[in-house]
Design a protein around this ligand. Structure first.
Ligand code: C2E
Ligand code: MG
Ligand code: MG
Length: 493
């Protein structure tokens, strides 16, 4: 999913979500500044000049930027075909295409260049569409097509792949060349909806699913997809209610010094057990909250609860908290985080934030800024799940981290697999050279702990040292196990 989609979702306005789209026309009206005369094939006449009356009716069906039909035209065309085929309802297909990552391109090259790309996309789509089809610009970077001779899924997919290829070829922009990809959603009439609004909603659902799966995806609406989307929406509703009812909890998992076996901090992990849905993993509901635009509300509650719990621990113990990818694309994150811990009264030097490589990749500059502001305030930054993302080494050079957490997928094979052992050895040596601390995640038994110690890994975390537990059980754990590092005596907690 590209960054602009995530950004818009974060504000609670998924661009293509059928759940949140106010109506099929919501995105269509071109903004006033959208239409430089040189790109506009439709030049409205001066309405004050009686010799050239403006055909307002015709204009209502045209996208002024590209000269393609607009969403009004789509509605009219779909209704006309449906009426024509009323007696013998032969299927036809509508499709939606949404450019991936168009907003950053627009921001980078400017509005005029963005408009030029949209016009070129329009011309390409027109040129390659089968005879009898209609191409529409719905607004922004979204296009639609009506394909009267496509009757079923395979045909729609074939068109999707063809259009995808066509849009993948470079676009010439003055002296620059720009590459794009697009996501597609198709809906076949009448299975995906007999009424126009239902059919468009199905195409929108299919497009939304494509966007969720990454760039350049093609989805044709089906009942399974509808069910999957309904499940996600049910989960979303339950999660929103759980946040309001304060039912999302935080558990804490010890992070220990492998040298002394003594706990040095805890990672906060979100926990949700719904009355009807049962236990839902944070690996499911955190991405859902990100996607549906309410990760901020979730994360703020969790951080507040975690920080309040940490106040009751010995002061030398740190709190490690996971930041989600959407939060690394929102400049407000650093001030929000700092405001929360300030309000609770937790020293920023006791807070560590875990971020993943994948999260940083979406908008590296923004992530860099957020990380810098937080580090300037004394917060430490850990690179979570190290080894599972992309371009790990580049990230280590370009970013300033304090700690690296080696992913469990390496740790769980350290005893049986020599390659994993060598990889961990190399990471430990590299971090040593870069002055970074290292935590091995997911240590499940003594043999793994021993091996990691022998390789010089400083810290460990995993079921062997302690499973995540709630705030009360964590205090009990500390009372029973925590000792003063110097006197080796129990500490009053
Ligand atoms: P993570 O940050 O990499 O967290 C470590 C995960 O590994 C946790 O899963 C933890 O329970 C699990 N784990 C720890 N030790 C072991 C072990 O020895 N064996 C095995 N098999 N698993 C172990 P959990 O709690 O299900 O969290 C999954 C992911 O959800 C986290 O991965 C993190 O990315 C995300 N997450 C959890 N809580 C939050 C949160 O508050 N905010 C955000 N943004 N993400 C969160
Ligand atoms: Mg983590
Ligand atoms: Mg991890």
């Amino acid at each position: 999913m590209d960054q602009d989609d995530n950004a818009s979702r974060r504000k609670g306005q998924p661009r293509v979500s059928p759940q949140n789209r106010p109506g099929p026309y919501a995105a269509m009206s071109p903004r006033a500044g959208d239409v430089p005369a040189e790109y506009s094939p439709v030049v409205p006449h001066d309405s004050a000049d009686p010799r050239h009356p403006v055909d307002l009716h015709a204009l209502a069906f045209i996208d002024p930027l590209t000269g393609l039909g607009n969403a009004n035209r789509l509605r009219e065309t779909v209704r006309a075909i449906a009426t024509e085929r009323a007696a013998d309802p032969a299927p036809f297909t509508i499709g939606l295409a949404n450019l991936d990552g168009f907003k950053p391109l627009n921001d980078l090259f400017g509005h005029d260049a963005g408009n030029e790309i949209l016009c070129q996309v329009a011309r390409r789509l027109e040129a390659c569409m089968p005879d009898g089809s209609t191409v529409i610009r719905m607004g922004n970077d979204e296009f639609a097509f009506v394909l009267p001779l496509i009757f079923e899924r395979k045909g729609a997919e074939r068109i999707g792949y063809m259009l995808k290829e066509v849009l993948q070829a470079p676009f010439d922009l003055a002296e620059r060349t720009v590459r794009l990809s697009a996501s597609f959603g198709f809906a076949v009439y009448p299975f995906a909806g007999e009424a126009y609004d239902d059919l468009l909603k199905s195409a929108d659902t299919a497009l939304y699913r494509s966007k969720r799966r990454g760039r350049g995806q093609i989805t044709v609406y089906s009942l399974e997809i509808a069910q999957e989307m309904r499940r996600a929406t049910q989960l979303e509703q339950a999660l929103r209610n759980a946040i309001i009812a304060d039912e999302i909890d935080v558990h804490f998992q010890p992070i220990v010094s492998l040298d002394t076996d003594m706990v040095v901090g805890f990672e906060a992990l979100a926990r949700w057990c719904d009355r009807d849905l049962g236990y839902v993993s944070p690996a499911v509901f955190v991405p859902l909250a990100e996607e549906r635009g309410f990760i901020d509300a979730l994360s703020e509650t969790l951080l507040r609860k975690a920080a309040e719990a940490a106040l009751l621990w010995p002061k030398e113990l740190f709190l490690s908290f996971n930041l989600s990818s959407a939060q690394l694309m929102d400049l407000a994150t650093s001030s929000t985080v700092l405001a929360i811990i300030h309000r609770v009264g937790l020293d920023p030097r006791r807070l560590e934030l875990e971020i993943t490589e994948t999260a940083m990749m979406s908008d590296a500059d923004m992530a860099q800024k957020i990380v810098k502001e937080l580090r300037d305030a004394g917060v430490r930054i850990s690179l979570d799940d190290f080894g599972t993302g992309q371009s790990s080494l580049g990230r280590l050079r370009d970013f300033t981290f304090d700690k690296v957490k080696i992913d469990r997928s390496f740790v769980c094979r350290i005893v049986s697999d020599r390659a994993s052992e060598h990889i961990i050895k190399a990471i430990v040596t590299m971090c040593d050279g870069l002055g970074l601390e290292v935590v091995a995640e997911g240590i499940e038994d003594f043999a793994e702990a021993l091996k990691l110690k022998a390789l010089g890994c400083g810290m460990g975390q995993g079921y062997f040292y302690g499973k995540p537990a709630d705030a009360t059980a964590t205090l009990r754990y500390l009372r029973e196990r925590y000792r003063d590092t110097e006197t080796k005596r129990p500490v009053a907690i």
